[in-house]
Design a protein around this ligand. Structure first.
Ligand SMILES: Nc1nc2c(ncn2[C@@H]2O[C@H](COP(=O)(O)OP(=O)(O)O)[C@@H](O)[C@H]2O)c(=O)[nH]1
Ligand SMILES: [Mg+2]
Length: 452
């Protein structure tokens, strides 16, 4: 699903995430590329433009949280805007509390109407609801047979006859459903290859006489902008209540999926992801956005960091660093902050900025963090404040207390001293740029970690 679009966006994001500092010019370069990727995916021109404008306004107005790289923040803004574009929340089917719920299914020929009727009927049945199907595609005898076969396999009654009176068939089906206290009746109507007056009139007649609670417009997502154009025409003529996007399993571009809600103002209610009756999913904007961006992990990382980040604490830390008063105790506090974000092994996998080669040589996993924690916990207050006093016998005591080797202790202290040195240097240059963002570049032997 959306393979082409994903690949293109991924390469834009890769560049963006690598940026330590975002300027208006590299944001707008990246957004230009996102726009190009959208247009190549056949996203409606105006939709793409509006989207980029909104992201750009938000990106420029957003305060940078220092524990997150600015590039990651932009990815998050794009994700959030994408969710809005897709409709923000899922819109479930209307349910008639006082009797049969009538669902009318419309769309062009071959869009997947009859298949969708079968899938929906199966879903209802699975929820222990009783369903009646109406075969009202009166122009192709094979269409009625197709529905009858589906009905048989699902053990659901199919109401139809040999006439060409679609309205009558629908009315009969509704009546049958009411008499039998069914929960749902699904009307499978005729489509054409192209929209024409006669088809629209027939559908309008059914709508005004049967008064369906839901009119679902079924559309083949692989047809891109054609899908969007027909969705708009059907909406103007029939004012349907929701959209069913079919054949998403074969859609590598995603243009229809991204544009259709914005162009029609109607919610997408279901997606078809295969030919089988089980291949139907309710539509969740959030899930589709994550699928398109392929980066659910980063999104949750940014969210976690936003939740856990404490601005005042960070300010205090910056002050200490500037005065070169960063102690092992402070380092320990930072470790605790990082731990709040989740298991280290998981965090590392989430971080797109982490160079995999770097990870190979430095095993930063929960265990090595635990080791460091144990070492620090075995130190006295004075040792944490002034690591210089850590002579041989103190080191031996700590290694015994923490269950680590003397080598581990020496390595840790050496790393800490290196880090202090680096911070001293950074403290000099970072007054202008923001110290923590410079620190995000990491210290020797340890990859970049948010919050550090
Ligand atoms: N891959 C895939 N094929 C689908 C999907 N929905 C329908 N189809 C296929 O599309 C073709 C037309 O479907 P049909 O329901 O007869 O369309 P109708 O003319 O609108 O009733 C059939 O071959 C279906 O198997 C889907 O979600 N994914
Ligand atoms: Mg059909």
């Amino acid at each position: 699903m959306f393979g082409d679009l994903q690949t293109k966006l991924e390469s834009v994001f890769q560049k963006l995430r690598g940026q330590g500092i975002l300027t208006e010019s590299n944001i707008s370069d990246s957004l230009r590329e996102v726009r190009r990727a959208f247009l190549e995916a056949d996203v409606n021109f105006k939709v793409a433009k509006d989207f980029i404008d909104k992201v750009s306004q938000k990106a420029i107005g957003t305060e940078i949280i220092k524990s997150i790289k600015p590039g990651q923040l932009v990815v998050k803004i794009i994700h959030d805007e994408l969710v809005l574009l897709l409709g923000e929340t899922s819109v479930p089917l209307y349910q008639n509390k006082n009797g049969v719920t009538i669902v009318m299914v419309v769309g062009l020929q071959g869009s997947g109407k009859t298949t969708f009727c079968g899938k929906l009927a199966r879903n209802f049945k699975k929820d222990k609801k009783s369903v009646v199907l109406a075969g009202a595609d009166v122009y192709r005898p094979a269409a009625k047979d197709q529905l009858k076969t589906l009905g048989k396999s699902l053990e659901i009654p199919v109401i139809t006859d040999d006439s060409t009176d679609a309205l009558k068939i629908c009315q009969n089906a509704v009546e049958f459903a009411q008499k039998n206290y069914a929960d749902y009746v699904i009307l499978d109507t005729a489509g054409r290859l192209h929209i024409d007056e006669k088809l629209m009139q027939e559908l309008q007649t059914i709508k005004s006489n049967v008064n369906p609670h839901e009119i679902l417009f079924v559309v083949d997502s692989m047809t891109g902008q054609d899908a969007v154009n027909s969705a708009k025409e059907f909406q103007e003529k029939l004012d349907y209540t929701g959209i069913v996007l079919t054949k998403l399993d074969g859609d590598t571009r995603g243009g229809a999926a991204l544009s259709i809600r914005a162009v029609t103002g109607k919610p997408i209610k279901f997606i078809g992801v295969g030919e089988k009756l089980t291949d139907l999913e309710p539509f969740y904007p959030e899930r589709l956005a994550s699928r398109i961006l392929g980066m659910g992990d980063i999104i949750s990382l940014v969210e976690k960091a936003q939740e856990n980040y404490d601005e005042t604490e960070a300010k205090k830390l910056e002050e200490k660093l500037r005065k070169q008063e960063f102690t092992i105790e402070d380092f320990y506090q930072q470790l605790q902050n990082i731990k709040k974000l989740g298991p280290m092994s998981q965090l590392m996998g989430m971080l797109p900025g982490v160079n995999p080669g770097m990870l190979k040589n430095t095993k930063i996993d929960d265990n090595s963090f635990k080791k460091i924690e144990a070492i620090i916990c075995s130190m006295t207050y004075a040792e944490k404040q002034k690591p210089k006093i850590l002579n041989g016998s103190r080191r031996k005591r700590i290694s015994k207390g923490s269950g680590t080797t003397l080598q581990d202790i020496n390595k840790f202290i050496k790393q800490f001293e290196q880090m202090q040195l680096m911070m001293k240097e950074l403290g000099k240059i970072s007054k202008k740029k923001g110290l923590l963002s410079s620190l995000a570049k990491g210290f020797p032997g340890v990859p970049k970690i948010p919050g550090l």
